[in-house]
Design a protein around this ligand. Structure first.
Ligand SMILES: CC(C)(COP(=O)(O)OP(=O)(O)OC[C@H]1O[C@@H](n2cnc3c(N)ncnc32)[C@H](O)[C@@H]1OP(=O)(O)O)[C@@H](O)C(=O)NCCC(=O)NCCS
Length: 276
């Protein structure tokens, strides 16, 4: 993303028309970069996207090196749509804060990517898959979760800062996980997920969020686990760009105030008189 800005003479221009052009290109390019990165690291040549095909079609094609089935493209497209925007989530907020300083679109998206990466936000989907692999089988679920909760560890893919009654995106992804894990002959991944879901509700009253079932969906599609969060970014970039454009349209710098709650009335002690 940082590199792309070097090739754009309008990188720091904050005007409607160049920003719209940049937003469309960034949305198209992020998937291309992720797929190319994966091809290069596995010793393959990156593939060029095919003109006229959708972002979903092209991503699967460029990642796996063959034309994807229509059914897969539709499933992946649904995932991209579900992740594309979500009000003032932490990464969209980051993008807005950065753009509010009149920093350019690329910098704003980079700020958003850094925020998405954290495990409490978009980084959770990768950790869900690693957790499923660590648990390994049905009979390990209960002891694993009880220990995690007793130690106050966060179980990835559960809970939400806003949705306390359940994340509507998770319902769609749950059904997709059921279908797609059956299609590839690994229904146990879905069955384990459902069991984890049940135990988390029973033990903690927590419901799955968007990252829980998307993990098995992406895994079943053959997407490498360490690309789950980048795939989240390639979808969310559309939302981030929209937020940034909206911010520029009626901008005022974000500047929250901090409220001091520490001790007051302290005396200044010269440094040489202070205890080390
Ligand atoms: C998303 C998240 C950051 C929201 O945080 P939050 O709104 O501050 O959480 P809540 O106020 O609902 O937490 C209520 C209680 O449940 C616990 N809790 C929340 N999510 C939990 C989780 N995933 N696993 C275990 N415990 C969790 C909290 O620690 C708190 O426990 P306490 O009452 O004993 O202190 C949090 O649920 C989380 O870290 N989830 C895991 C990461 C994840 O999946 N992120 C993707 C979000 S889309």
């Amino acid at each position: 993303m940082a590199g792309l800005s070097l090739h754009d003479p309008d990188a720091n221009v904050i005007a409607d028309e160049p920003n719209r052009r940049k937003a469309i290109r960034l949305t198209a390019r992020l998937g291309t970069i992720i797929a190319a990165y994966h091809r290069v690291r596995t010793g393959e040549w990156p593939l060029q996207p095919i003109k006229g095909k959708s972002i979903s079609w092209n991503f699967l094609y460029m990642l796996f090196g063959e034309e994807p089935e229509a059914r897969r493209v539709k499933q992946f497209d649904t995932c991209l749509i579900l992740h594309a925007d979500h009000e003032l989530n932490a990464s969209a907020f980051s993008a807005r804060v950065t753009s509010s300083t009149e920093s350019g679109l690329y910098s704003s998206i980079m700020a958003a990517i850094g925020t998405l990466k954290g495990p409490l936000h978009g980084g959770a989907n990768e950790r869900v898959m690693r957790m499923l692999q660590e648990i390994g089988s049905m009979d390990h679920i209960e002891p694993f979760l009880k220990e995690a909760l007793a130690e106050k560890r966060k179980v990835m893919g559960f809970g939400h800062r806003v949705y306390k009654e359940g994340d509507p995106r998770a319902k769609i992804l749950r059904e997709m996980s059921r279908q797609i894990t059956a299609e590839i002959g690994q229904p146990q991944l879905y069955e384990m997920s459902v069991r984890i879901d049940d135990v988390m509700q029973r033990e903690k009253g927590l419901l799955p969020n968007v990252d829980f079932y998307s993990a098995t969906v992406y895994h079943a599609m053959g997407i490498p686990t360490d690309l789950f969060t980048p795939v989240f970014a390639m979808s969310r970039v559309a939302g981030w760009c929209a937020h940034v454009l909206e911010q520029y349209a009626k901008n005022r710098i974000y500047r929250p105030r901090g409220k001091y709650v520490g001790p007051t009335g302290l005396k200044y002690v010269p440094i040489e008189q202070r205890a080390s």
